[in-house]
Design a protein around this ligand. Structure first.
Ligand code: PPE
Length: 316
């Protein structure tokens, strides 16, 4: 059974959630979206950081002057309702806001703003072995966008044209992912993940001013690392920092915390998952497996009781 999709306020059967071929977003990339995970914790299914994800969706829409006809609270409640109705105890959640029908042409202001929340089961993003053994990656030959081209803080559909060039090249080169540099040549992020570097006991990541997506997992990992006494430095770093790193890892909703074992065929550290990466993975997975929530990051959902009143509680 394919789960029903929330489409402009109603849950509709999966096969009926369709759009017209002249929708603005298809022609001009005018969509914004989120990726969120619901985990089956020992205390029941729970969405990880629902509030910040929906805030980012609302912000992405605002940047593109899209008026979403629902409040952030309503979108959070609709997400909880969609999961509860699906019966899935663990899933990936894809809210999407896009410009639909209206006049053809670049000007989107008269086109209908449509809102979707879909859920599906999604396992390890970078392969089943990745979380334990790490992935082989390359430095991409496409850069992240310049800050005065498209806004990187908006998680916009159009941004992923650049990301998909990076990913396709990586796949064709038998790599799992590509790391993009900023326009001035500093380390930025993967096509769908933020990047962390461990060197001499310190943890580094690109500053959010470097046209990266300010990841919600990135933020969680920074918190978890600081709690464990690590210094976390947000800094512009040159490419070669990768090759001499003790450990490298990606973070993202889909990728979670994935170690990187080689870059451009250079072996990183011992060529597997390093101890700092493991410590942070354990901290992260303890939260989403055990459901203990000292940071108020989890929104518990009542799967099994479909058609109940949405029970969203706030999360940060
Ligand atoms: N950078 C990019 C470019 C990115 O797409 C993501 C998420 C991140 C960083 C990490 O952000 P966060 O999820 O808030 O920690 N990428 C999403 C889409 C992946 C896809 O293939 O689609 C995701 O992980 O859900």
């Amino acid at each position: 059974m394919k789960p029903d999709i929330w489409f402009n306020g109603d849950l509709v059967p999966y096969d009926e959630a369709q759009v017209h071929v002249l929708s603005h977003a298809l022609h001009y990339g005018s969509s914004v979206f989120e990726g969120i995970r619901c985990y089956e914790t020992e205390r029941g299914p729970a969405v990880f950081r629902l509030g910040p994800h929906m805030r980012r969706l609302v912000d992405s829409a605002k940047i593109y002057r899209m008026e979403i006809p629902y409040s952030q609270d309503e979108l959070e409640a609709a997400t909880v309702h969609t999961i509860e109705h699906s019966g899935l105890r663990a899933c990936y959640i894809r809210p999407l806001v896009f410009r639909g029908m209206g006049p053809m042409g670049v000007n989107p202001l008269q086109n209908k703003v449509e809102t979707v929340i879909a859920v599906w089961e999604w396992g390890a993003y970078l392969g089943d072995e990745a979380l334990e053994h790490g992935v082989d990656v390359e430095v991409a030959n496409w850069n992240r966008m310049a800050p005065n081209t498209h806004p990187a803080m908006a998680k916009a559909g159009g941004n992923y044209l650049n990301a998909s060039l990076v990913k396709m090249n990586a796949v064709k080169n038998d790599k799992m992912e590509g790391i993009m540099l900023s326009v001035d040549g500093h380390l930025a992020e993967g096509s769908g993940e933020n990047l962390f570097i461990v060197h001499d006991g310190r943890i580094y990541t690109a500053p959010s001013s470097l046209s990266i997506l300010p990841g919600i997992t990135r933020d969680a990992v920074i918190t978890l690392a600081k709690e464990r006494g690590y210094e976390v430095v947000e800094k512009r770093l040159p490419r070669e920092t990768l090759y001499i790193a003790d450990e490298l890892f990606f973070t993202g909703t889909a990728a979670e915390i994935t170690p990187i074992r080689t870059v451009d065929d250079y072996t990183i550290g011992e060529g597997g998952r390093g101890p700092v990466t493991k410590e942070l993975q354990d901290a992260f997975f303890d939260i989403v497996r055990q459901g203990e929530d000292p940071h108020d990051w989890l929104t518990f959902v009542d799967v099994g009781a479909s058609e109940t009143t949405p029970t969203a509680t706030t999360s940060s």
